[in-house]
Design a protein. Structure first.
Ligand code: HDD
Ligand code: HEM
Ligand code: HEM
Lengths: 428, 342
């Protein structure tokens, strides 16, 4: 492992760890707010139990998200000082808004977790909603910072010095909209299916059936609703990538040769040596159509880029395929769910079994999607402005940094998992 | 216009540091105090419950000041941020490890459903050790900034990344930080306890940690003079620093007088003021510098981002404050001010 690789793996691992907790922290508060609202309206104590049950899990997961997020805000500078020296002033804008949003979120979660009986019930309910709204907003802001790395704008560089900076323009860069929409919907989807799976498990075990049923329906409604729109947003994202980062799109699709009526491969393994796709099933013209709504459009291939400016094709292609496969599958499962819920008005137990199986898929898709986005940007840290190598810290021994945080987070992840398991067994 | 922007930003940085040290510091201190030996297991249990109740609602918000400091630094003063992150990589990583461990262990202990005695003990010890560890390294990091050993002109790992912080002064400032945090926590916890026995217990803790503060404080000055670091000199040249020092000492006496009566509101206020005075003295002494790099002081005024960035940042901070301060006030009012009735 070279210094650069170690730093990249460190960053990837920290982010990949954080995003799991962040996705939960951004969306679970809404689940709680719905259950809490139902309780305040109907006074059915099962909804109260459900709210408190979810709340305890969120408190634990939220803390892990908060500490791993703090590590990230330092790691940007610890690992990539060359990047932050230039980019800090430019993308500081979304980060300062993110900071504000987190602050509100942290205050609101304190009020919500400990404020039962200490304030008017509806004020308390609103505090819970503020947790969700500010978490959601902060997610949008961080993703805006990331999208700037993919489509930088809002600054000028003269002789290596940044001259005029427009932080607002930088924040609302061309990749901002599709990335944040896609991410936020992904979080709803992943957490919806994740939670539904847990409650499905207990429904099959016939434990606290009434509560678990309510929980299952709330989670599934959110998960399924978002899963039906996600492919559309994903398609929109791909079209933006085709324009903004043609090398990334080419890597996603294993598209080596610039061509019109470009094929879309189902499966397949890209071979960078021979520059061909192996074992894939090509659908002629489909890529041109997906990228530009025209089966005869020209799609730029990797051949337009010098070898040292191409992302590692196999990683990007495979992770993209995993995401799209999961996206299609979840959309299918969601359709089934709506069919059973609204038309059959009865959910068969086989569907609960299916829900257990699909439970982790959303999170896998989030990880796969981020790998697509981030590895697809390589070798650039700021697309077409700065390469990762130039941003790397001069501090030697990044391997130690990587293994330190690897073990720290693996340990923390393990302890969190064990505790949550005990909690679920105790409360659910 | 430009200078004014820098002033405003520095005010936000200083205010965030003070708030982090006072509020976040007390949270670290609570962990350290729980580490001190107690024979009576009933008191230990009560102490744990008081700390849970006191920190639970606020620790995440208290912790956000650190993130705000980082964001202001990298957006407004990127050169300073970059140099600190490179030269002090090791102590900062140590701080981060501590932050991760402490925040999660505290929450785990609080929400544990099967709190067996062994588990409670394991959680409490890890919570205490990680609090101690983090505050120590925070102090070390702060103590390295102006020592003059931060250098970029060497090929040698030790000179570049170890020498800046590995020395008597930063290490003793680390110990000073741990004692001042535990002192703050003891004072704050007096007001959090409802029964008289626990109040007495925390007053006794406050006395003990106060002795640590005085002892480690003396060591800080001593080690500065051994290292030939001009702390004393700079200090007495600066009237504001001297004034802050005097105020900090006067408030000690007032504090003890009030503590005799166990008046928690005033003692908290005074302890907070006292720590703020120490920090103000520290800022005044180094004003307007951020660190000493390759033997030369690096001023905040010479290392800013372009002006439009500063102005945008100020707008964001001001607007943010309109949300943050009222909500923070509401939080504190909800959990910290209605105790008297109960
Ligand atoms: C539950 C998660 C999930 C699911 C089911 C999907 N995605 Fe996705 N995708 C993400 C989660 C995600 C993500 C993790 O949230 C990413 C990473 C960066 C980002 O902004 O969103 C992402 C990135 C991402 C990108 C790259 C954006 C960029 O680099 O600017 C494209 C083109 C797509 N996705 C396309 C799709 C398509 C066509 C899907 C079809 C169903 C799909 N995604 C399902
Ligand atoms: C939380 C979701 C995210 C995940 C899972 C993620 C994933 C990754 C991965 C896998 C890499 C390594 C790419 C490689 O070197 O091959 C990476 C790099 C990086 N990411 Fe992200 N990313 C996320 C969000 C963000 C955000 C919001 C930022 C904000 C600025 C960001 C900044 C960076 C930086 C600076 C690097 C290092 C430079 C590079 O390798 O290009 N990431 N990320
Ligand atoms: C470079 C990237 C990132 C940085 C520097 C970062 C920073 C932070 C920080 C400092 C916190 C702690 C806030 C607190 O104490 O309450 C945090 C938590 C959080 N982050 Fe991140 N973050 C990054 C990536 C992301 C991404 C990509 C998302 C989602 C799209 C996200 C969503 C959240 C959320 C919702 C929380 C709240 C805590 C929780 O729910 O567990 N973050 N992050």
């Amino acid at each position: 492992m070279t210094e650069l690789e170690a730093a990249r793996y460190s960053m990837a691992f920290s982010l990949g760890f954080h995003i799991i907790f962040a996705a939960i922290g951004m969306t679970m508060p809404f689940f709680m707010s719905i259950a809490h609202y139902k309780y305040l309206k109907t006074k059915n104590s099962e909804y109260l139990d459900l709210t408190k049950m979810w709340m305890k899990g969120v408190a634990v997961l939220f803390a892990v998200g908060a500490v791993s997020g703090t590590v990230l805000s330092f790691e940007l500078g610890l690992l990539w000082p060359g990047f932050m020296k230039y980019a800090g002033p430019i993308i500081g804008m979304p980060f300062s808004w993110e900071g504000t949003a987190f602050f509100l979120e942290a205050v609101a979660i304190g009020l919500f977790l400990y404020g039962w009986d200490r304030m008017h019930p509806w004020v308390h309910w609103a505090a819970g909603l503020v947790v969700g709204v500010s978490g959601f907003a902060s997610g949008i802001f961080v993703v805006a910072a990331n999208s700037w790395m993919n489509s930088p704008q809002g600054f000028e560089i003269v002789d290596g010095v940044i001259t005029s900076v427009d932080p607002i323009k930088a924040m609302f860069n061309p990749a901002w909209l599709h990335q944040s929409m896609h991410m936020q919907v992904a979080a709803l989807q992943a957490v919806g299916f994740g939670v539904a799976g847990i409650h499905a498990y207990f429904l099959l075990k016939a434990r606290k059936t009434e509560i678990n049923k309510k929980a299952f329906i709330i989670a599934m409604l959110i998960g399924s609703g978002s899963s039906l729109v996600q492919p559309l947003i994903g398609h929109f994202a791909a079209q933006r990538v085709a324009v903004l980062q043609p090398a990334k799109l080419a890597a996603m699709e294993g598209h080596y040769e610039t061509s019109t009526r470009a094929p879309l491969y189902i499966g397949g393994i890209p071979n960078d040596e021979k520059e061909v796709m192996e074992y894939g099933i090509p659908i002629p013209g489909a890529l041109s159509f997906l990228a530009f709504n025209d089966i005869d459009a020209e799609v730029i291939g990797l051949d337009q880029f010098p070898k040292e400016e191409r992302p590692p094709t196999a990683v990007v292609h495979i992770s993209f395929q995993i995401m799209v496969m999961i996206g299609s599958l979840l959309a299918l499962v969601s359709t089934l769910f709506f069919y059973f819920l609204f038309i059959k008005k009865n959910i068969p137990s086989l569907f609960y079994k299916l829900a257990i199986v699909t439970s982790p898929l959303g999170f896998i898709a989030i990880e796969a999607g981020w790998i697509t986005t981030e590895v697809g940007r390589q070798p650039w840290i700021i697309y077409e402005f700065m390469k990762v190598g130039e941003a790397l810290t001069p501090v030697a021994g990044m391997q130690y940094h990587f293994f330190l945080f690897l073990f720290l987070y693996l340990g923390l992840g393990f302890l969190t998992f064990k505790l949550l398991k005990r909690m679920v067994n105790h409360y659910v | 216009m430009y200078d004014a922007s820098v002033f405003v930003l520095l005010f936000f940085v200083a205010a965030s540091i003070v708030l982090y040290v006072v509020l976040g510091g007390a949270d670290y201190g609570a962990g350290i105090i729980e580490l001190l030996p107690i024979r009576n297991s009933e008191i230990r249990r009560k102490q744990r419950e008081i700390v849970n109740r006191a920190m639970g609602p606020v620790w995440e918000a208290n912790h956000m000041w650190l993130v705000i400091i980082v964001v202001i630094l990298f957006m407004g003063f990127p050169v300073i941020f970059q140099n600190v992150m490179v030269s002090l990589h090791i102590p900062i990583v140590a701080v981060l490890i501590g932050i991760v461990a402490r925040g999660s262990v505290f929450t785990f202990r609080h929400y544990e459903v099967e709190l067996t005695p062994t588990r409670a003990k394991a959680y409490t010890i890890s919570f205490g050790l990680s609090s101690l560890w983090t505050s120590f390294w925070l102090g070390v990091t702060a103590g390295s900034l102006f020592r003059g050993l931060i250098s970029t002109q060497s090929a040698d790992f030790y000179t570049l990344y170890v020498a800046p912080w590995f020395g008597l002064f930063p290490l003793s400032l680390g110990f000073f930080t741990t004692s001042i945090f535990s002192f703050l926590a003891a004072i704050f916890l007096v007001g959090e306890s409802q029964d008289i026995e626990m109040k007495k217990y925390f007053v006794a803790r406050a006395w003990k940690t106060n002795l640590f503060v005085i002892g480690t404080g003396a060591v800080v000055f001593l080690s500065a003079s051994i290292e030939g670091y001009e702390l004393m000199n700079n200090f007495f040249k600066n009237p504001l620093a001297v004034l802050a020092f005097i105020l900090a000492n006067i408030s000690f006496f007032v504090l003890w007088f009030k503590l005799q009566k166990r008046r928690s509101f005033y003692t908290r206020l005074i302890a907070a003021a006292q720590v703020s005075f120490i920090l103000i003295g520290w800022f005044a002494m180094h004003w307007p510098n951020a660190l000493k790099l390759d033997g030369i002081y690096l001023s905040f005024f010479n290392s800013t981002a372009p002006e439009p960035v500063l102005n945008q940042l100020i707008i964001a901070l001001l607007l943010g404050s309109c949300f943050i301060f009222p909500s923070l006030f509401f939080l504190i009012r909800t959990f910290k001010m209605e105790k008297k009735e109960s």
